[in-house]
Design a protein around this ligand. Structure first.
Ligand SMILES: C[S@@+](CC[C@H](N)C(=O)[O-])C[C@H]1O[C@@H](n2cnc3c(N)ncnc32)[C@H](O)[C@@H]1O
Length: 251
């Protein structure tokens, strides 16, 4: 999959894209990520990318000419490339939107700064606006990295064990179950016995029960939008009634 990012601060991408799984995925050719400096399309002596807002008021606005030229150049006549503007006014990013975008071959990500971009660029060239949550950051660079990393995890081969992606929180609508590793006892706290007895059916049942319970306790809104099977409902009822399965915050 190919990502083209248009930003005034390309340096922000250096660390995150050169480490760990994202770096390996680029080395393996699974991802092509081009970070473009918007200043390359600012043609005046001072390489100006912003100007004061019409109508007055605080802040600056990203000028339409450099952005338009940048998007058109990067698109390079490919009509099927989706242009996404990272914006707090966009639809809020979720795992389902990540799945939807992972089906694309290429995405162009526009990182705003200041008060945002000139509205005419948004109207004429942007296909989708995405927010990473109901809060405001200084710029779209970190939101763009959030999209790149989340979408990349869904591309086969990027994460070593694809099962782990499928079992992650949100993938099938629930939060993930708790995880433990050695030692079996740490500071007096024991790993649940069911995880030590080698019975995989029992382990799966316990994990499903814990995923259901955690979701009910922490994100009950998620349970309203997924179809629980009869077996799930039974597990959840058992979990709710079990005095051993309280969350730390409830004990
Ligand atoms: C300071 S913000 C501008 C906020 C804008 N004036 C507003 O209130 O909607 C500058 C840029 O950061 C990015 N940004 C800030 N918060 C974001 C969020 N929650 N999701 C995605 N992008 C965000 C956008 O690209 C935005 O244009």
């Amino acid at each position: 999959m190919r990502f083209d990012v248009i930003t005034l601060f390309p340096g922000i991408f250096q660390g995150p894209l050169q480490e760990s799984l994202l770096n390996k995925a680029q080395e393996k050719g699974l991802l092509l990520i081009n970070v473009h400096n918007l200043r390359d399309w600012c043609h005046d002596k001072h390489k100006t990318a912003d100007d004061s807002p019409y109508g007055g008021g605080p802040g600056m606005v990203m000028k339409p000419e450099p952005l338009t030229e940048a998007i058109e150049t990067v698109k390079n006549l490919r009509s099927n490339v989706k242009v996404i503007f990272l914006s707090p006014k966009g639809r809020v990013f979720t795992q389902d939107i990540a799945k939807e975008l992972a089906a694309e071959k290429e995405l162009i990500l526009i990182c705003g700064r200041y008060e945002g971009i000139d509205e005419r660029v948004r109207e004429s060239l942007v296909d989708d606006e995405i927010s990473i949550g109901d809060y405001v950051l200084n710029g779209g660079e970190i939101p763009a990295l959030v999209l790149i990393e989340t979408i990349s995890r869904l591309i086969p081969g990027v994460v070593g064990d694809e099962q782990s992606v499928i079992q992650d929180s949100f993938y099938s609508g629930l939060l993930d179950h708790p995880h433990y590793t050695r030692p079996a006892e740490f500071k007096g706290m024991k790993v649940p016995a069911v995880l030590l007895n080698g019975n995989h059916q029992e382990v799966d049942k316990w994990r499903r029960k814990m995923a259901l319970l955690h979701t009910l306790r922490i994100r009950p809104d998620l349970l309203k939008i997924i179809d629980l099977s009869k077996e799930d409902r039974k597990l959840l009822e058992e979990a709710v009634q079990s005095p051993d399965l309280q969350l730390k915050s409830e004990s």
